[in-house]
Write a protein that binds this ligand. Structure first.
Ligand SMILES: O=P(O)(O)OP(=O)(O)OP(=O)(O)OC[C@H]1O[C@@H](n2cnc3c(O)ncnc32)[C@H](O)[C@@H]1O
Ligand SMILES: [Mg+2]
Length: 217
């Protein structure tokens, strides 16, 4: 990849587009997404893992466009929910799910059980309760239809779920994702700060290293 090149990201999530545009922009690369192509096929995200879904999104769109495509499948794994919502994070609150409804459902699901668990006793200065340990996961897959090869990476960030949203940055579950070591919720970080510590930022850094190796070798 060279300065000025365009990267196609197979996503319809505006928050992801913003983060990829920020990261690739620093490398002099443009980002386009599924918003820029009206007639792409729908991808059913029926994989059992983030990596499986990322590969499927990348390959489906890359085959349709006849060029390399990057895809991101990500989500939230909550300890007190045995890893749910996981690969179902986008659809957690059912048909017509929105970030707001997903967040409301998460707090509801955790609040009921929280009183019984020792790890749910802590509160923040503003009285918000820490409901469970959790982590964000991001799987990235870049598929090149010319070679039939995937380049893949995965990133993680650990935090705790709070019962009152904080901040207006990021997207998705970010307002409920407390980062104890920073004393802020993920939605209270700038895009730059989020990139430096997030599951997506970590996965992207790893992917870039692997792409460089792939193109040198
Ligand atoms: O599949 P595409 O079109 O990329 O967009 P999507 O929003 O459906 O994306 P996923 O299928 O990967 O689902 C990811 C879910 O996890 C949430 N999520 C992923 N990354 C996140 C992040 O950085 N911050 C907050 N929530 C995140 C997000 O809100 C979704 O509900
Ligand atoms: Mg999706």
């Amino acid at each position: 990849m060279r300065q000025g090149d365009t990267i196609v990201v197979a996503t319809k999530n505006a928050g992801k587009v913003r983060e990829f545009a920020h990261a690739f922009g620093k490398l002099g690369l443009q980002v386009v997404s599924m918003f820029d192509y009206p007639n792409l096929p729908d991808v059913e995200e029926d994989g059992l893992t983030f990596a499986e879904n990322a590969r499927k999104k990348a390959k489906t769109i890359a085959d349709a466009l006849g060029q390399p495509v990057l895809a991101d499948d990500s989500g939230l794994e909550v300890a007190a929910l045995d890893g749910a919502p996981g690969v179902y994070s986008a659809r957690y609150s059912g048909a017509g799910a929105t970030d707001e409804r997903n967040n409301a459902k998460l707090v509801e699901a955790l609040s009921a059980a929280a009183d019984k668990r020792p790890d749910a006793k802590d509160t923040l200065a503003d009285g918000a309760r820490l409901l469970s340990d959790a982590r964000f996961v991001c799987a990235l897959a870049l598929y090149d239809p010319a070679s039939g090869k995937y380049t893949e990476a995965e990133g993680y960030v650990a935090g705790r779920i709070i019962d009152k949203p904080r901040g207006s940055g990021g997207f998705g579950y970010d307002p409920l994702f407390w980062l104890p070591q920073y004393g802020r919720a993920m939605a209270e970080l700038t895009t730059e700060e989020k990139q430096a510590i997030s599951h997506r930022g970590g996965a992207l850094q790893q992917l870039l290293g692997r792409m460089e190796l792939a193109s040198n070798g």
